[in-house]
Design a protein. Structure first.
Length: 323
């Protein structure tokens, strides 16, 4: 039974580009192999989601899919045997391979970006940059087109570094799972370049690269601001009044902090060097914000005693509050 790519992403056939991209990100996070180790069903679903987004996230491929169905890649815009029947970037001469340097020269988009990036974004065509420099004159064979791919990694992996497994599809429709090294401190929206893992050159030149756009999944407790980490640590009323020693987890192990006696909610304790240790930079700091939490099981008598004990004061903590 042919796969319905719209059903795979959980969107309607009339979904916008933004809706498709958002659905892909949510499904990729849910079924990512890093978050579902040893789960074959999630791995298969993750690969299905990747394939569905590869088609529906590309304007031209989506039009062909809507017209011809899952077998569209064996057809062209005019049906079987059409001008695209060789597949984008194929080596048999039937592929749609656009040289963006020529387009930029023609439409005045010199330098980075320009018409080439706009064309790539809205057409979905495979792009080939003409090599420059002594080894890349006009007589040299062109390099293969770069491929782009999105991955979502856990918050902890982004902070401390590690590895991520991703599923990619080759030019012939074959799937492959590769392991990618994630550098410590990588931020959401950054790209990782894997040289030589893109499309093959149609004329014997160097292979293109694979560009991975990295998304970082949120953490249930920790927050990141640059190389600084922040976390909220709940403490009891007794700990706030009398002071205490509390254990707090960090990327480099658990640390013990001293809570000063009489502390209020919102007090921040700094743990130097326990933030993000990005490659090539000094590690940031961890800031622990204390939050007083009252017990849920207080009786009416206990609550009344606390109010009587703590509420008898003429001073107000809002005395300096101004508009």
């Amino acid at each position: 039974m042919s796969q319905d790519y719209y059903a795979t992403l959980g969107v309607s056939r009339g979904a916008s580009e933004d809706e498709i991209r958002q659905a892909y990100r949510e499904m990729a996070r849910k079924h990512h192999p890093d978050l579902n180790p040893d789960d074959a069903a999630s791995k298969a679903k993750f690969q299905d989601v990747q394939r569905a987004f590869e088609v529906l996230g590309d304007e031209q491929k989506r039009k062909q899919y809507d017209r011809f169905g899952p077998g569209f890649e064996s057809m062209g815009p005019g049906g079987p045997g059409g001008p695209w029947s060789g597949g984008a970037g194929s080596s048999n001469g039937g592929g749609f391979d656009v040289n963006m340097d020529d387009l930029n020269d023609l439409f005045g988009g010199g330098g980075g970006g320009g018409f080439a990036d706009l064309f790539k974004q809205f057409s979905g065509a495979q792009t080939t940059r003409r090599p420059h420099g002594p080894a890349g004159g006009r007589g040299a064979p062109p390099r293969g087109a770069d491929l782009e791919h999105e991955i979502t990694i856990p918050f902890a992996t982004a902070v401390t570094g590690g590895e991520a497994a991703i599923g990619i599809e080759g030019q012939a429709g074959s799937s492959e799972t590769i392991t990618v090294k994630i550098p410590a401190g990588i931020e959401d929206g950054k790209k990782i370049r894997l040289r030589g893992r893109g499309n093959k050159s149609p004329a014997g030149g160097p292979d293109g690269d694979l560009l991975l756009l990295v998304h970082v999944a949120p953490h249930p407790h920790f927050r990141r601001r640059g190389d600084r980490l922040e976390v909220t640590a709940p403490i009891t009323l007794a700990e706030a009044l009398a002071g205490a020693k509390i254990d707090v987890p960090t990327p480099r192990g658990e640390v013990t902090l001293t809570v000063p006696a009489g502390v209020s909610s919102g007090k921040r304790l700094r743990v130097k060097g326990h933030g993000v240790a990005a490659t090539g930079r000094e590690p940031g700091d961890l800031y622990v914000e204390l939050q007083i939490v009252l017990p849920d099981d207080l009786t009416e008598e206990e609550r009344s005693q606390l109010i009587e004990l703590l509420g008898d004061t003429t001073a107000t903590p809002r005395a300096d509050l101004r508009w």
